[in-house]
Design a protein around this ligand. Structure first.
Ligand code: GDP
Length: 321
């Protein structure tokens, strides 16, 4: 990539895509092509081909996806498999057809087996069954990374993939039935503080272990790989910092500064018991995260929460939990 390269960031309104755009602009890449999903529905193959034919992007960050937390995945699997397979298939094939120089596909740590040894290495892919609550999403993401490999082998396309761990950051989703755990708990403790509530409900048992990465760190990894990596093996991208959901709730309680009691709702699914990536391959290339978990959550709560939360707090949520 050079400063004049034409770069398409698919999904630039999402948390990941917008972080990639911010980081590209910071690094001096300003020839960006951006389309909202209203302007270009990437599930529509004809529209996607037309866009690539007209715009001829040289580099593509494929961050457009339907994403969501454990409940959204559990209850709306059809949308997760359909939308993701359509979006990624259309974009990857259009990138081949219209001669894109390089494409980065974004996957997810949920591609690995539910009971994979921890930390999870790239080679554990497809060595066991998926976590059932997000199987449709995981299958779609595996199809995407395998498609990049197949296109590289058959057509010589320089398509690479990155598998991020659980993300959080500016532009996150604060809808309680759609979101991931970290923004959900920020919202719950924040509202408890505003309403002087004595209790906060945390889903599941509190015992699952998760790893979290600030989305700005993921964005820097994506650009780093676009510049420096040209192999078919997908690379894991995590912070290496692991925490239980119970301990995360306590940390968020401390950062929000509201001493509510934590109540566990075990009618909600735990999802994968443990999800920690082995990111040593990416680190060996020279990338490292900038934020600790405490610094990252503090940054989000102090600098971004109010604006992002305002979009959701005005909507009527169909559950307050
Ligand atoms: P996952 O990493 O794909 O399982 O996605 P989530 O971020 O949605 O959930 C991670 C873990 O946090 C699961 O064990 C959830 O049960 C738990 N959790 C606790 N409270 C909440 C909550 O309010 N919302 C969400 N989404 N998860 C929660």
């Amino acid at each position: 990539m050079n400063p004049n390269s034409k770069i398409y960031v698919a999904g630039h309104r999402g948390m990941v895509g917008s972080a990639i755009v911010r980081q590209l602009l910071l690094e001096g890449y300003s020839n960006l092509v951006l389309k909202t999903s209203q302007e270009l529905d990437l599930r529509d193959q004809k529209a996607t081909y037309k866009f690539f034919e007209e715009e001829q992007p040289e580099y593509v960050f494929l961050a457009a996806a339907r994403v969501g937390g454990v409940w959204a995945n559990y209850t709306r699997g059809a949308e997760f498999i359909y939308d993701n397979i359509m979006i990624q298939t259309n974009v990857i094939d259009a990138a081949r057809k219209y001669g894109v120089k390089k494409l980065l596909f974004l996957g997810s740590s949920c591609i690995y087996p539910r009971l994979a040894p921890q930390p999870m290495k790239e080679e554990y892919l497809l060595t066991g069954p998926f976590e059932p609550t997000n199987e449709p999403y995981a299958l779609a993401k595996v199809a995407g990374l395998k498609m990049c490999i197949a296109y590289r082998r058959q057509y010589g396309c320089n398509f690479i993939s990155i598998m991020p761990t659980n993300l959080y950051g500016p532009g996150d989703n604060y809808d309680l039935m759609e979101s991931h755990v970290l923004p959900a708990l920020l919202r719950k403790f924040h509202e408890a503080k505003l309403e002087r509530k004595k209790q906060v409900v945390v889903w599941g048992s509190g015992s699952p272990m998760r790893e979290f990465l600030h989305v700005n760190d993921l964005a820097s990894a994506c650009i780093f790989l676009m510049k420096n990596y040209n192999d078919e093996l997908w690379l894991n991208c995590g912070s290496g910092e692991e925490i239980s959901i119970g301990a995360l709730a306590e940390l968020i309680r401390e950062i929000v500064n509201w001493q509510a009691e934590i109540i566990y709702d075990t009618s909600k699914p735990d999802g994968m018991p443990r999800k920690l990536l082995d990111s040593s391959r990416l680190r060996a290339l020279g990338w490292q995260p900038h934020y600790s978990l405490r610094e990252g959550i503090t940054d989000v709560y102090n600098n971004h929460f109010e604006k992002d939360y305002a979009k959701y707090s005005k909507k009527v949520s169909y559950s307050s939990q």
